[in-house]
Design a protein around this ligand. Sequence first.
Ligand code: NZQ
Ligand code: ZN
Length: 392
Amino acid sequence: MVNFEYYTPTKVIFGKNAEEKTGELVKAQGCKKVLVHYGGNSAKRSGLLDRICKSLEKAGIDFVTLGGVVPNPHLGKVHEGIALCKKEGVDFILAVGGGSVIDSGKAIGYGVANEGEVWDFYAKTRVPKACLPIGAVLTIAAAGSEMSNSSVITNEDGWLKRGYNDDICRCRFAVMNPELTYTLPAYQTASGCVDIMMHTMERYFTKETDTALTDGIGEALIRTVMQSARILKENPENYDARAQVMWAGSLSHNGLTGCGTVGDWASHQLEHELGGMFDVAHGAGLAAVWGSWARYVYKEKPERFAQFAVNVMGVANDDSHPEKTALEGIKRMEEFYHAIDMPISIHELGVDLTEEQIQELAYKCSFMDKRTIGQFKVLNRQDIENIYRMAK
Ligand code: NZQ
Ligand code: ZN
């Protein structure tokens, strides 16, 4: 088990009607003016946005609104938000939405609290000193941004999707009412479930040893999300399944399932390039590449994949054939993705890659041939290309 730091400062308000407390939660932050940040139409259509604004009014909070955040959120909207916040003297950001809205809010928070171009932080050429405080009202269980230290932004100039991780952006509070996710399209629910599972799987596939407790937490989390995803496919308004998934989404990306391990994150890096270039749903993109990644790397430590196969995928234990057990586990995970209507190839994701595009993706993913990705197996530009080709 490696040394670790575990920091989760986010206050969680979970359950039915939780959003009614938003005004009081914001008031407790002692801010002067709030930016209410939201996405396309879903929060307006459901009436949630109205209820949040009324809750703020009731608490006597001054606010301005900015909607229009798209999935795979754009830098252009972030710039718009920064300008608005500066003009209006905003000192707190309330994100009402999913990972895209929260991430856009975090980026605006960096942009307001620091001089200069905010993209520098995502391009890793500068480090921010501060971030405006942020709160979230979550409407989709997926990215885990409500408790993570991460935000991911797409720069329309070159369609580069880049993440920046820093504890200073962690939400002060997260309001989570599972009922708010009833209105999600089935594809978004399933895609969210994959992302949640992947946040634990990225941490689980490690070469570290003596991680029994972290393994057990992670395995239970993945099994629970799989079970709930199957229920939600049949009954999207099953409160208990929605609640399990929502809570799993936060725990899967707040660091808990990675305590003592060294995360891999190659699948995420592979997906981010697909998201930047083809605007695919993040979780679906992960499902499309994971099996190919797994088959490319499992021989580094087949026992780890075999443990996953037995403890998560229900494969019979066979110590004498760890490679066989490992491959059976990978196959069953792909069967599960299909069972919840998720893709297991880039073609099924709706993108038919040309050889040129494979090379472009690998070039961008390797930061123009300047970095490797992954820890379980370190992958260079050529490896990345091979995996995109396998996943095609
Ligand atoms: O824009 P609206 O109309 O709200 O529609 C959204 C959007 O189309 C819709 N939606 C959200 N809540 C809804 C709803 N529709 C009906 N009813 C509701 N209650 O769902 C669509 C997807 O929303 P989005 O916020 O994009 O989803 P998600 O939470 O999956 O976020 C994805 C983004 O987060 C990044 C991803 O790369 C992607 O850009 N990630 C962020 C992470 C982080 N900050 O820690 C970690 C992740 O690994 C991930 O990379
Ligand atoms: Zn993710």
